[in-house]
Design a protein around this ligand. Structure first.
Ligand code: BG6
Length: 486
């Protein structure tokens, strides 16, 4: 991988979870791989009055924990020469002078501002950077999700940021787009002619997208309680996965060609209005249970969660895309915390043969199911029916299975490694455009409004299960089952 030009990466929210657990380890890995020059700089920015040494020590502890065996003390020590820390209260104009002095004489260096704070601070930070004269033509800004809380707040942030940075300088991050397996999905769909003729109504019965987590809300109780699973996961990660599954082949891999096609999918999502939300969505919240044999507390007992919170930690829903390709094909989406397994999977169930001439196996699953697994391992499996050996013509499902890790025998880049390097390179393909974000919120907002209108409280599920029974009923009403419940 080629070495990148020198850059200055300014990490707002520099003492937060994302920076210490994901961004700094990702930058370290790229440094260790020789992609980051010794003249580049990485500056953590936050309100705490920390010394540079204390910050580096804090970062080292987190990196060691996160990277495990990949942590190399010598390499870390070389990498830490790039690191610095500056105390800035994001909302205080005068604090930005300190940033100005750190960046003087570096106008000709690529400058990446990474906003890893609550999005309510994005407008203030942008304004203060502009007033301090820190936004150069070589600058770009990375905005962490969830961007805003609804369509109106997202639009306001976009207006403020858009007044200082051009759209080509704005990188709205959705780290799912940086996952190797998501790119593999693009490769599968658009690098092979095989699937394209089958990828449509009449040949596909239904599609399932599951992003299941074993973890609870960890140390992010306060953020999570104000956010919930719909805003935290569905509005961004699940809808982006849906877009990649459902989009038309773009004319090229050019960022806007890809984003134009994703946008069309988002705009074609059938709105869930009024009582639709009661029929086509399920909200859930976990109570105490056990995950992998270990007891875990319920959501209401977690730190920083209001004891009578009605925030959802689980969502299942049925989405429909009103286009020629997808009319009548349901897309079932499901995500939750404290579920039985960590699993991210896309499942495409193809239609049955129109006229069976052989004895059918006793299973309710379709004969041909394509499972694209993103996590914990990356694999692609296609089920076909084969003849059971022996007398008679009895068919049995068998799998054509491809384990991508095993095949390529190499560690794939972590999503943030790829995305951070993309911001330096100036490649916007894997980032959300303003209109995409707007379209995603426009679809999600009425769901939240519907839940409020009908006072739809979350259904309780036991930690370590696959969510509330209503989730199985949602898909069961259409005659299908979740792939893992078969
Ligand atoms: C984040 C959410 O965007 O994605 C978290 O805010 C969630 O709540 C995380 O845990 C899941 O990401 P991954 O890469 O671990 O699947």
């Amino acid at each position: 991988m080629a070495t990148l030009p020198n850059f200055d990466m300014l990490l707002f929210g520099g003492t937060g979870d994302l920076v210490t657990r994901k961004l700094l380890p990702a930058l370290y890995r790229r440094y260790a791989a020789g992609q980051v020059t010794q003249e580049s700089r990485v500056i953590g920015i936050a309100r705490s009055g920390l010394s540079r040494e204390a910050y580096i020590a804090q970062a080292a502890t987190a990196a060691r924990e996160f990277l495990g065996k990949e942590f190399d003390a010598d390499k870390w020590s070389a990498f830490s020469k790039l690191l610095d820390y500056i105390k800035v209260d994001a909302a205080s104009e005068q604090d930005y002078a300190a940033l100005g002095s750190a960046l003087s004489d570096r106008e000709q260096v690529i400058r990446v501002f990474f906003f890893s704070t609550a999005s309510t601070l994005f407008a203030a930070i942008t304004g203060n950077l502009a007033k301090a004269g820190l936004v150069t033509t070589l600058s770009r800004v990375v905005l962490e999700k969830p961007l805003g809380n609804d369509v109106a707040s997202a639009e306001l942030i976009n207006q403020h940021v858009g007044a200082v940075f051009t759209e080509k300088q704005i990188y709205r991050i959705d780290h799912y787009l940086g996952k190797e397996a998501v790119q593999n999905l693009m490769a599968l769909r658009f690098g092979n002619a095989l699937f394209e003729p089958l990828w449509r109504r009449g040949l596909i019965k239904h599609v399932q997208i599951t992003v299941a987590e074993e973890l609870g809300v960890e140390r992010r109780g306060q953020f999570y309680d104000n956010t919930g699973a719909l805003r935290d996961m569905v509005q961004n990660h699940l809808l982006q996965l849906l877009c990649i599954m459902a989009m038309e082949p773009p004319a090229s891999s050019d960022p806007d060609a890809v984003r134009d096609e994703k946008l069309k999918v988002l705009r074609a999502l059938r709105p869930l209005r009024d009582r639709d939300v009661l029929i086509k969505t399920v909200r859930g919240q976990y109570k105490a249970g056990s995950v992998r044999g270990l007891p875990v507390p319920g959501y209401l007992e977690e730190a920083d969660i209001s004891p009578d919170s009605t925030t959802e930690t689980f969502v299942a829903l049925k989405a429909e895309i009103d286009t020629w390709r997808w009319a009548g094909v349901p897309f079932y989406l499901r995500t939750g915390k404290r579920l039985q397994d960590r699993l991210t999977e896309l499942v495409v169930t193809f239609d049955d043969v129109p006229h069976p001439i052989f004895e059918r196996p006793p299973t309710s699953e379709g004969a041909n199911v394509l499972v694209i697994r993103l996590q914990p391992d990356e694999s692609i499996t296609l089920t076909i029916l084969a003849k059971n050996p022996g007398e008679g013509m009895r068919l049995k499902p068998v799998s054509l299975a491809l384990d991508l890790g095993e095949t390529f025998k190499t560690r794939s880049l972590d999503a943030y490694e790829r995305l951070l390097m993309d911001t330096v390179k100036g490649n916007l393909t894997l980032f959300m455009r303003r209109d995409e974000l707007d379209a995603a919120w426009r679809w999600v907002d009425p769901i939240i409004a519907g839940w409020q209108q009908y006072d739809e409280r979350p259904k309780i599920y036991i930690a370590g299960s696959w969510g509330p029974a209503a989730s199985s009923a949602l898909i069961g009403r259409d005659g299908f089952e979740w792939h893992d419940e078969l």
